[in-house]
Write a protein that binds this ligand. Structure first.
Ligand SMILES: [Zn+2]
Length: 344
């Protein structure tokens, strides 16, 4: 409580000159890439980032003279091995749901903030409802107190009694599925449906409606860049060789077919270090991708190697409160990482 209060007072002060300018000289700074997922839309019981919070974050950056940089410009600077700006921030958004296109994208446009939107192309094509979205829906819909699953010899019991337990169950179940070969996912989803006592709807529920290609084209006309995030959101390290090519190149060709100017940067589904590896990176390099983004935390540094790190660019989830957001944008988080200063 006291720590949070101190942090609330101290962090904004530390992000002001002369402290901030001095610190930026002392620490050679990197650039944070933020990722945004779902938006909060009350009428659709869609949970996520609130539009007001996103506006507050962008207002803060404008008011404090941060540079809103595109992902393409950042990768280009790495490629040219030029010095990175010490006060730049990059935004990306993952997946391709309607709330992201109708609620988040217009806010980025309103602030003239470059945005790279990574989309699951089979989802935007209305062909598929990704496995992780199905898990979220099943847990939200279920009236059961417990979810019981049989996995090999193990029985897994997940509690669903309240919102907090549901969130934990959702994360646990996603983590369990991430470790399985992707051809086992349908069987696990069947078990989830049975144990949760729900039936998969024939059409995607409103809260999980994907954006359409028409909307993507309109956003592209207004300056938003689109880039591939696989065809089906399957975890690449768990699929076979030929499926990898289909997931990566299939999503890229689809974007080229539907849009005028997609960006050849890939976003690994779920993006943890375990979810992709040398096999995927080699394919991206062979196919002349400009780079790829992950979901492991960190800042993009000018010293990152052109050949290796460009295909594992770190990102931060957009923090859900202003103090953490300011901390990640400013020199403070980087100083903390470098000095292992754990107080803030
Ligand atoms: Zn995703």
């Amino acid at each position: 409580m006291l720590k949070n209060l101190v942090k609330k007072i101290v962090v904004p002060v530390l992000d002001r000159p002369p402290i901030s300018s001095l610190a930026k000289r002392v620490f050679s700074l990197g650039i944070p890439i933020f990722m945004v997922h779902r938006m909060q839309v009350d009428e659709q019981s869609c949970t996520g980032t609130s539009p007001d919070h996103l506006r507050r974050c962008l207002t803060y950056l404008k008011d404090h003279d941060y540079q809103l940089l595109s992902l393409e410009a950042l990768i280009d600077a790495l490629h040219r091995q030029s010095e990175l700006l010490d006060n730049a921030v990059v935004f990306t958004m993952d997946d391709g749901y309607m709330d992201q296109a109708l609620v988040a994208a217009p806010i980025f446009l309103e602030f003239d903030c470059p945005l790279t939107f990574f989309v699951i192309t089979d989802m935007v094509d209305q062909q598929l409802w990704p496995w992780d979205a199905k898990i979220s829906w099943a847990i939200n819909e279920s009236k059961q107190q417990l979810l019981r699953l049989h996995l090999d010899d193990e029985i897994i019991v997940l509690e669903l009694g309240d919102v907090h337990k549901q969130r934990t169950a959702r994360n646990q179940l996603r983590d369990i599925i991430k470790e399985l070969a992707t051809d086992r996912i349908p069987e696990i989803l069947d078990q989830v449906a049975q144990s949760a006592a729900i039936e998969w709807p024939t059409e995607m529920p409103q809260a999980f409606t994907p954006m359409t290609w028409d909307i993507a084209r309109q956003l592209e006309d207004n300056g938003i860049r689109f880039a591939p995030h696989s065809k089906s959101h399957r975890i690449l390290s768990k699929v076979n060789e030929s499926s990898i090519e289909d997931e990566i190149m299939g999503s890229w060709y689809k974007l080229k077919q539907e849009l005028s100017n997609p960006l050849k940067v890939f976003c690994y589904p779920t993006g943890r270090a375990l979810d992709f590896g040398p096999r995927e990176i080699e394919l991206l390099k062979k196919e002349a991708f400009l780079g790829a983004v992950s979901t492991f935390p960190g800042f993009v540094q000018a010293t990152m190697s052109e050949t290796r790190d460009k295909f594992r660019l770190p990102r931060y989830e957009l923090p859900d409160n202003m103090v953490d957001f300011i901390q990640y944008c400013s020199w403070i988080e980087q100083a903390k990482v470098r000095t292992r200063w754990k107080r803030l």
